[in-house]
Design a protein around this ligand. Structure first.
Ligand SMILES: NC(=O)C1=CN([C@@H]2O[C@H](COP(=O)(O)OP(=O)(O)OC[C@H]3O[C@@H](n4cnc5c(N)ncnc54)[C@H](O)[C@@H]3O)[C@@H](O)[C@H]2O)C=CC1
Ligand SMILES: N[C@@H](CC=O)C(=O)O
Ligand code: NA
Length: 463
């Protein structure tokens, strides 16, 4: 769509002087920074042909300068002062791949005020300070591009801003954290424990500096905040995202889900509601059951996938590496190429201005009690028959329609944290209101013979 094959051929007009290269200053040269430098160097000729000019890293900020030399060699200026890169006179665009949201805000604002474009992979920064940062970019007539910040290599920002721009987006749902998808896949498919799987994700460069951000769903909430703003025209409102991570997930529920024909994934969902029960936006990150036959359920390891339902396009699905060095670098460089193509024009004329566009009126974020979906419930009980009767009665009393009910009894040597001999009532509901499901579970909790806390997981509707 964007690539003119002729542009890869050598120019036939020698009289036209070659435009000067786009000069890049990088802040951070870790997993993503090093990948960006490597891919820029390796694919230099192709990238220059496609961008219409070369892209050249002129200065790099690193904490450890000796290690930075190993990556970038001696032909690039090095500093450990990020502000020096942000305002460097020889830099056209600042690539921020250091991470964190406090100091990074200052560097990025300094770059924008100095008239530099910014490319960043930092979703925490934009989810927390994006309103201020995009306003500064507008004021100074420059671009903040962030394709790498959401779902790594997948061009989902471009898809929403450009490919789907004609649509009213009804919902989007995504596996948008590579680390947790890697952990859940390794636990389900290779029988690894949580800690071991997390350690592998860290060693492969997928996890955040503080992996709590991954496993507690915060990183996915950062990304969902950015996606929801683009897709639904709402402000950046991280504090309104309902967030549950995967640390409370129990092995028994992964096994029961699988026996029922489902896989559990950490999902980010932004769903517009305009029905008899609610008008607004569901904005939530949590583990969810997906039918094992659904394409999204088959997205494993560090892969991400985002499904978008538009009123005109219908369903579209985007899948690819959600984390990793060169995988993320691919998106960073795509943004650099967009900036290179500006060639002095106004950012908005070239469709690169990556700020969320507010629609009026923006839908309000709904409370979780208003969520409408299907549910998986597991209730530990002393007596299976009595437990089934209690659970079905409570669901019926609260208007929650039942779809499947089964008893689960694991003998000695059973899965995960299951006590030998423990019985469970496992239920799949039809579509119900979360408030009604919670009322039913509150009733069940007080019943004689119920041993321990019930588990409630959402079954996501992806149709
Ligand atoms: N690793 C991945 O797969 C992905 C990471 N990201 C984001 O990209 C950013 C970078 O992530 P990684 O490369 O994985 O992290 P990293 O920890 O591997 O690299 C960050 C580098 O920045 C340097 N740095 C931090 N503060 C600095 C300072 N004040 N002065 C000089 N250097 C400083 C660190 O020393 C480190 O070398 C983060 O915002 C992360 O969320 C986004 C998508 C994927
Ligand atoms: N830690 C993140 C990195 C990419 O955004 C993830 O695992 O997805
Ligand atoms: Na992306």
């Amino acid at each position: 769509m964007y690539l003119d094959p002729q542009s890869l051929a050598p120019s036939s007009s020698p009289a036209t002087p070659a435009p000067r290269p786009l000069r890049v200053g990088m802040i951070g040269i870790g997993t993503v920074g090093a990948g960006t430098f490597r891919v820029l160097a390796r694919n230099q000729a192709e990238i220059a042909a496609r961008a219409g000019r070369g892209i050249e890293v002129v200065v790099v900020c690193a904490r450890n300068l000796a290690r930075a030399v190993d990556v970038v060699g001696t032909g690039v200026a090095l500093t450990n002062d990020p502000l020096l890169v942000a305002t460097h006179p020889d830099v056209d665009v600042v690539v921020e791949v250091a991470g964190g949201s406090g100091p990074a805000r200052d560097w990025v604002l300094a770059a924008l005020r100095a008239g530099r474009h910014v490319v960043t992979a930092n979703k925490a920064l934009l989810a927390e300070h994006g309103t201020e940062i995009f306003a500064a970019a507008r004021q100074h007539g420059v671009v903040v591009a962030y394709e790498a910040a959401v779902a790594g290599s997948i061009p989902i920002i471009k898809a929403l801003r450009e490919g789907l721009t004609a649509n009213r987006i009804e919902w989007l749902a995504g596996i948008i954290n590579g680390t947790t998808n890697f952990i859940l896949s390794r636990m389900a498919d290779a029988g690894l424990g949580f800690a071991e799987a997390l350690a592998q994700a860290q060693a492969l460069g997928y996890a955040e500096a503080d992996p709590t951000f991954d496993i507690e769903g915060i990183d996915a909430a950062h990304k969902l905040t950015l996606l929801a703003a683009l897709a639904h025209g709402v402000p950046l409102q991280l504090h309104k995202v309902h967030v549950e991570g995967i640390t409370q997930l129990q092995a028994i529920d992964m096994v029961c889900a699988e026996r029922l024909g489902y896989r559990i994934k950490l999902l980010g969902v932004a769903r517009r509601r305009d029905d008899a029960l609610a008008q607004g936006l569901e904005l939530r990150v949590h583990p969810a059951l997906l039918p094992a036959t659904h394409l999204m359920a088959q997205v494993n390891g560090s892969m991400n996938a985002v499904m978008v339902q538009g009123d005109a396009a219908g369903s579209t699905l985007y899948c690819g590496a959600g984390a990793g060095s060169e995988q993320t670098a691919s998106a960073v460089i795509a943004d650099l190429v967009d900036v290179a193509r500006l060639a002095g024009g106004a950012p908005t004329q070239h469709g690169v201005h990556a700020q969320p566009i507010a629609a009026a009126p923006a839908p309000a974020v709904l409370p979780m009690a208003a969520t409408r979906t299907r549910y998986y419930l597991r209730v530990p009980v002393a007596d299976a028959a009595q437990g089934c009767a209690q659970v079905t009665q409570a669901l019926a009393d609260c208007g929650v329609p039942l779809q499947t009910l089964l008893q689960h009894h694991e003998g000695p040597g059973g899965v995960g944290d299951l006590r030998a001999g423990q019985r469970h009532v496992v239920v799949l509901t039809q579509v119900a209101l979360e408030a009604d499901v919670d009322r039913a579970l509150a009733r069940v909790a007080g019943a004689a013979g119920v041993h321990g806390a019930a588990v409630r997981l959402r079954v996501e509707l992806l149709a």
